[in-house]
Design a protein around this ligand. Structure first.
Ligand code: ADP
Length: 580
């Protein structure tokens, strides 16, 4: 969709506000155009000595009244139109926000957070200005232009008007060139601002690492360069905007010179009265606004177009994961993978190949293997963050993509290795998964995740704020808060993606025991690099290089004496050394 289509659609949706504004504007233009004629007539009557005393006062009073009406109408249409154009900003921001919330991880892999934030602020502002300010200045300017030119040609003298308007086509040519340059410079400026935004966002997120590595000076230098580039790009755009003014000035001065030469000649010939020439010069003065408005409108539209060309692709990028499923509720059952293959976008090798397994309802599946083997990818597939290249994934006989995404996600509790905590209290963070959770339920979930006692020792207990992304908690505490959050719901499938990696083995065993006691028919998938996490699983898969290389129970795998058995011996030895 082009910017003009977007604005046209918006104007159609808000036709009432735009209509009322247009009516007010038309009245303003008509009243404004009537003033020079009245003044011209007054000059001629004054010169002829036909206007004096109360009649003069009355005519002046009318002029004052017209001025006052123009003032109020101008205020009125601005209020009407701006109120409507702000709606476009709200509409675009909401649309962008919703779209971003629906996108999957592969979309965010190609986008930068700072850039997206710049789109939601600067770029949306530019489009909003194009739909409000530019529309009204454009309408006002064109209406005034038509009225004034009509009055000049029909109401005064067409020959004089023709002479006066001669320089304007040249001005239009200059405007066209300037607006092209503004488009380019605006796009540059928006991109530079995005880069700056991105750097700030990334620096603030990784400020601890930056300090630990002593990279502050390098980062500050990069910032200074980016800020310099952003300022230079913005200046370039403004320099081109400033070029409108001399173009208007030159055209108007040339028009005035032509008017006075041709008009002076007509007066000398007795074909034109001085009053008419005065009125004409006043009309010429009234052309200043439409000319400036044209420059202003073009620059706003070019800025809007540049912003829209950045916004539109993000708004209209197809969702990285489709949500066309029709099954609105998940009935717990067996989870089956058959011949599943996954290759991440842009990668040369499969992350998963020929993966098949069956997880009966209420049972636990353990997935272990070396780093990079593809363990977390299984979880990502179940969550439908990525789509498989081949194979089928079903839950209770229904393909995962046939479920509505919301229903699927509602039936799964997922704890990633690095859980995200929001800047709220501990209780609020745990309660996120269940809107109506009582304090008792939250505390029980915390007990099951073995964090209740620690929370009680926090300064404000459950009401302790955890800071942005949970910075005030240790890695192990964050993981257990996230586990408590997952245990609070009765979702039929629990996915623990190395979710106990920062917890000591003893606490891990306790949590797993609680989990077993409170399972209530829930299926569990435990992805872990630590074999102690999957000891009691009904079935264990060993993944190596994207493929299942071993499968069975813990006892089976120890007996098989391959990777699992050697890892088990190694981890046992490590644990006994740590205990000594
Ligand atoms: P594990 O959980 O066993 O450590 P993963 O499932 O996270 O392994 O990753 C399997 C492979 O896929 C690795 O080689 C990893 O580099 C690659 N990979 C993981 N996520 C992505 C991604 N988003 N884009 C590209 N490659 C990825």
């Amino acid at each position: 969709m082009t910017l003009s289509r977007l604005i046209a659609q918006f104007v159609r949706d808000h036709w009432r506000a735009y209509g009322v504004s247009a009516l007010m504007l038309a009245t303003v233009a008509a009243l404004t155009a009537s003033i020079p004629r009245q003044v011209g007539a007054m000059v001629d009557e004054l010169a002829a000595g036909r206007l004096a005393g109360s009649a003069l006062l009355q005519r002046l009073g009318v002029l004052l009244l017209v001025g006052a009406v123009i003032y109020f109408l101008r205020v009125g249409w601005r209020l009407q139109l701006f109120a409507a154009s702000y709606q476009l900003g709200v509409q675009l921001r909401t649309q962008l926000y919703q779209r971003l919330c629906q996108q999957g991880p592969s979309f965010f892999q190609t986008q930068r957070t700072g850039d997206l934030m710049a789109l939601a602020t600067n770029d949306v502002d530019a489009v909003e200005m194009a739909s409000g300010e530019a529309m009204l200045a454009g309408f006002d300017g064109s209406l005034t232009l038509v009225m004034v030119v009509a009055m000049m040609t029909l109401g005064v003298d067409w020959r004089l008007a023709l002479a006066a308007l001669l320089p304007f086509p040249f001005m239009a040519l200059a405007f066209w060139h300037i607006s092209e340059q503004i488009h380019r410079a605006s796009k540059d400026s928006l991109q530079c601002f995005s880069r700056l935004n991105d750097h700030v966002q990334e620096t603030l997120t990784g400020v601890r690492t930056l300090r630990a590595l002593g990279l502050e000076a390098r980062s500050a230098q990069t910032f200074a360069e980016l800020a310099e580039n952003a300022a230079a790009a913005s200046l370039r755009a403004q320099r081109w905007e400033a070029a409108y003014e001399p173009a208007v000035g030159t055209a108007l001065v040339s028009a005035s010179v032509l008017t006075l030469s041709v008009g002076g000649y007509f007066v000398w010939q007795g074909e034109l009265s001085i009053g008419t020439l005065t009125a004409f010069t006043m009309y010429l003065g009234q052309l200043i606004w439409p000319m400036f408005a044209a420059g202003w409108v073009l620059s706003l539209l070019e800025r809007g177009r540049a912003a829209w060309s950045r916004l539109q692709p993000v708004l209209h990028t197809p969702l990285s994961i489709d949500d066309h499923g029709s099954v609105a509720a998940v009935t717990p059952g067996d989870l089956c993978f058959a011949g599943v293959q996954l290759r991440y976008p842009g990668q040369q090798q499969d992350a998963l190949s020929e993966l098949s397994f069956q997880l009966p309802a209420g049972q636990t599946l353990g997935i272990v293997g070396p780093t990079g083997a593809g363990k977390s990818s299984v979880v990502r597939l179940i969550l439908r963050q990525y789509a498989p290249g081949a194979g089928s994934m079903t839950w209770n006989g229904v393909a995962l993509h046939d479920y509505q995404l919301e229903a699927l996600h509602g039936a799964i509790s997922w704890v990633p290795q690095e859980p995200f905590l929001f800047s709220a209290s501990v209780a609020a963070n745990i309660g996120l998964s269940k809107a109506d959770a009582t304090r008792d339920e939250i505390e029980n979930a915390a007990r099951a995740a073995c964090i209740h006692d620690e929370i009680l020792r926090f300064p404000q207990g459950y009401e302790t704020p955890v800071g942005e992304k949970g910075v005030t908690l240790s890695g192990g505490q964050r993981q257990r808060v996230a586990i408590a959050r997952a245990l609070l719901t009765d979702a039929p499938l629990l996915l623990l993606d190395d979710a106990l990696s920062a917890v000591d083995t003893q606490t891990e065993t306790q949590i797993l025991n609680h989990l077993r006691d409170a399972r209530r028919g829930r299926s569990v998938i435990i992805v872990s690099h630590r074999l102690s996490s999957v000891l009691d699983a009904n079935h264990i898969l060993v993944l190596q290089h994207a493929r299942v290389t071993e499968a069975g129970t813990h006892a089976d795998l120890v007996e098989q004496d391959h990777w699992y058995a050697s890892q088990w011996r190694y981890q046992q030895l490590e644990a006994s050394l740590a205990a000594d």
